[in-house]
Design a protein around this ligand. Sequence first.
Ligand SMILES: [Zn+2]
Ligand SMILES: [Zn+2]
Length: 280
Amino acid sequence: MIVSGYRLIPQAGEANDTMSNFWNKQIERADYLAAESSGSKELLTFYAQLLRAQAEFYDSLRSRKNWLPSGDLETDLPVVRPSMTAILESVARHGPTSLAEEAQTLLTSEPDTLPDALSEYWRNPSDTQFFAKALLQPYARWLAETSTPLAGRELAGGERTCPFCGGRPQLSFLQARESNAESGNRDLLCATCLNSWEFRRVVCANCGEERPVKLGYFHSPEFDHVRIEACDSCQHYIKGIDLTRLGWAVPLVDEIYAAPLDLWAREHGYTKIELNLVGL
Ligand SMILES: [Zn+2]
Ligand SMILES: [Zn+2]
């Protein structure tokens, strides 16, 4: 906050401190790991830029005066759409070649192309629709934080999809809720709205398999706090981030940092429940 004359003027981001904490935390961790990592450096450098653009978009929604989202994407789109351009520009500048070209195409496309793609994703989310997912995450998170019920999107129901938006889990994480809890609680983090919900520990997040003999956990010494949680009934997997082992890990970012584990899982015949924003 700086004082100018008689008025207090919030500086960029400052007014939204609490809510922006989420994004700042992701960005700081991505910057840190990008500098440290060798194998995933390029992925993390790109992801850090993408997070910055998403955070800016999110802040533009939050700081908009006299406006709250309706929860119906088609109604909100005329308002939120102009702020999405910066995300496309960021991908065009920093993204890998194929995404950068696609971003450039979207920036110059017919006015209906992007809204149509977003509406389609809203009704029927797919992890291969990179742009729709990246553009709608900040919007969906804003809806969740303002407890705005969603319209025009079917909720599948059940514990394996997000109770708020119906999205699929991007990852799972373990954290200690009580100070003396030894092994930690398991939560799933939603790929669409980035909120999390409690989930049972020994259950496949894709098909609900509960028999321990069908569930496998794999990790490598290189990523001590990240493991592959695989299911031999449906042949799917999700990555689990163990915050009881590394308290300052940030699940969304550490999941990308441990990209080599995805290659291992794929080589062993497992399919990921939901691809992340770097396509792994
Ligand atoms: Zn969700
Ligand atoms: Zn399964």
